[in-house]
Design a protein around this ligand. Structure first.
Ligand code: SAM
Ligand code: SF4
Length: 338
C-alpha cells in the first residue's frame, strides 16, 4: 500500500486525457489564444496504461479520467476497458462536462465505467451558455439523464460557485429531490487563473470565492423558505462512496444529496489520497504545487517499470503536507486535470 511521507494512504490517480475541450468555461479556458500542447507531447493511451499498471502495482486502486474534456479523445471507451482490466482496480470514474455523454454513456458503462461527475454550473440555460462560452444546457442534461439510464452510480454534479454569477443554488437542491444525484458545490479555486501565463480569461479573485459555510447557510435558509425541510448532515461512513473530501448533506426526503468541497476554507490536505498525471505526461504530487515529475521522458527514453515505480515513489515523497493556501498555479485545471 502506497503511503507518503506524512502517512497518508495514496490510492487514487487522476489522469488527464487531453488539455483540449469542447466548451470554454470562462474561469478555465479562454475562447481564443489558447496554446495547445502538440499531439506529440500528449501521452498515448498505451503510455498511460503502462504507467497506470505500475501505479496499480504500487497501491493505486481508483482511477479518474479527466481533462480538458476526456470524452473528446478518440478511443476513450477502449481505454476505459483496458484500465478496468488491470488487476487491483476497484473502480474507474470520469469527470466530464457531459456534452458527449449521451453519445458514449452506454458504451462507457459496458466498458466498465461506473462513476461519473458531470460539471454543470447553472441550470439556467442562458447563464450556462454565458459560463461555458456558448454551451447548450440541454446537451449536458441529456448526458446526465444518460448517466442514470445506463446505471452509473454514483452520479454527481460539479458546480463551481462564483459570487458574481448569482447562481440559483436552490434549483440544484430541487434536482437532488427529484433524482438520486449528488450535487457538489465547489469553492472557486485560484488554479491557473492568477498569473499572466495562465490559460483562463478571467483572473481569479478571492471575492468571487463563496466559502462552503456560506453556501450551506444559503441552502438551509432558501430551502426552509421553499418548504424543503431541514438540511441534515450525513455521517462520513453513510456518505455515497466518495473518493474525495466532500462533506455531504441531505434535505429530508430527498433522493440525492448536496455536498460542499472546500479547498480554500477547510483544510483537507491531511486526507489527501491522490496523485495526478497530466495529459503531457507529468506526475503532479499536489494540485496546488507546480512541482512535477517527468513520466513522458522516462517512458520515451526507454525507462523500465522499475524506473516508473521509483518515479512514483519520488512523487509520494514529494507530496507536501498541505498547500498552505498557496494562491495560484502556473498551469490551469484543464492542463493539470481538474
Ligand atoms: N471538462 C471536464 C469537466 O468540466 O468536468 C473535466 C475537466 S474540468 C477542469 C474538472 C472540474 O474542474 C470541473 O468541474 C470544473 O468546473 C472544475 N474547475 C475548473 N477550474 C476551476 C477552478 N478555478 N476552481 C474550482 N473548480 C474548477
Ligand atoms: Fe472544458 Fe471542463 Fe474547463 Fe469547462 S471546466 S472549459 S468543460 S475543461
Amino acid at each position: 500500500m502506497a503511503t507518503d511521507s506524512f502517512g497518508r494512504r495514496i490510492d487514487y490517480l487522476r489522469i488527464s486525457l487531453t488539455d483540449r475541450c469542447n466548451l470554454r468555461c470562462f474561469y478555465c479556458m479562454p475562447e481564443e489564444g489558447v496554446v495547445w500542447r502538440p499531439h506529440s507531447e500528449i501521452l498515448t493511451f498505451e503510455e498511460i496504461e503502462r504507467f497506470a499498471a505500475v501505479a496499480v502495482s504500487e497501491g493505486v486502486s481508483k482511477i479518474r479520467l479527466t481533462g480538458g474534456e476526456p470524452l473528446i479523445r478518440k478511443g476513450v471507451v477502449e481505454h476505459v476497458r483496458r484500465l478496468k482490466a488491470l488487476t487491483g482496480i476497484e473502480g474507474i470514474a470520469l469527470t466530464t462536462n457531459g456534452v458527449l455523454l449521451e453519445r458514449y454513456g452506454k458504451a462507457l458503462a459496458e466498458a466498465g465505467l461506473s462513476r461519473v461527475n458531470i460539471s454543470i454550473d447553472s441550470l439556467d440555460s442562458e447563464v450556462y451558455r454565458r459560463i461555458t462560452g456558448g454551451g447548450r444546457l440541454e446537451h449536458a442534461l441529456a448526458g446526465l439523464e444518460t448517466a442514470f439510464r445506463v446505471g452509473m452510480k454514483p452520479v454527481k454534479l460539479n458546480v463551481v460557485v462564483i459570487r458574481s454569477l448569482k447562481q440559483d443554488l436552490l434549483a440544484f437542491a430541487r434536482l437532488s429531490f427529484e433524482r438520486p444525484v449528488h450535487v457538489r458545490f465547489i469553492e472557486y479555486m485560484p488554479v491557473g487563473n492568477v498569473g499572466s501565463c495562465s490559460p483562463a480569461k478571467e483572473r481569479w479573485n478571492l471575492r468571487e470565492t463563496v466559502p462552503s459555510d456560506e453556501i450551506l447557510e444559503r441552502l438551509a435558509e432558501e430551502g426552509r423558505e421553499a418548504g424543503f425541510g431541514s438540511l441534515e448532515t450525513i455521517a462520513r461512513d453513510a456518505a455515497p462512496g466518495g473518493w474525495g473530501p466532500a462533506r455531504y448533506y441531505r434535505f429530508s426526503g430527498a433522493a440525492g444529496t448536496v455536498c460542499v468541497i472546500s479547498p480554500l476554507s477547510f483544510h483537507f490536505c491531511a486526507e489527501c489520497n491522490r496523485l495526478r498525471l497530466t495529459a503531457d505526461g507529468r506526475l503532479r504530487p499536489c494540485l496546488f504545487s507546480d512541482e512535477e515529475l517527468d513520466v513522458r521522458s522516462l517512458i520515451r527514453g526507454g525507462g523500465s517499470d522499475v524506473d516508473l515505480r521509483d518515479l512514483i515513489r519520488q512523487a509520494l515523497a514529494a507530496k507536501p503536507e498541505g498547500h498552505c493556501m498557496r494562491v495560484g498555479t502556473g498551469r490551469g485545471m484543464s492542463q493539470i486535470g481538474g
